[in-house]
Design a protein around this ligand. Sequence first.
Ligand code: ZN
Length: 176
Amino acid sequence: MSLGWSRRAPVDTLVGTETTLDFTIPLAELPRVAHELTSKDGEAKGHVRFSRQQGQAVADLEVSAQPEVVCQRCMQPMRWPVKVKSRVALVSDYDSADRVPQEMEVFLVEADSVSVRDLVDEEVMLALPNVPRHAEDNECARRKVRLPGQPDEPEDAQDLQVQKPFAQLGELLKRK
Ligand SMILES: [Zn+2]
């Protein structure tokens, strides 16, 4: 069967026909992900294959994306690389979710049908960091901006002390 990433289709059909799909989905079209992002530029690319494994309806999903998030240390936008490869069990209720083999992720299907968009939205959501930050030792520190009301950091306080002798020298010179 032909399947677009936005189209919902019955899980039984997808699994029964072992449907596969290569997709490129604009991040703006992923509802939960788009809600989290300040900039919705970019896309999620990947591949999905539906099948039955160990008696369980699954989607083998590969997704990569570079969503833009805001570093919570320097408040600058940064690209967060997402590269996921997972086997997702498609279940219709919590009882079946309990029986899913541990190595699989669980996706709760509504009304026995699912779209690739739903699956990708979920995967990218899971991959987004709660508190995004540049890695240590990169330009994050150099870009540091002080936000209003934020206390000075210790290194800044030291800078002030280093400058004091010059201020005192200035005073001495004035007295001459
Ligand atoms: Zn940063």
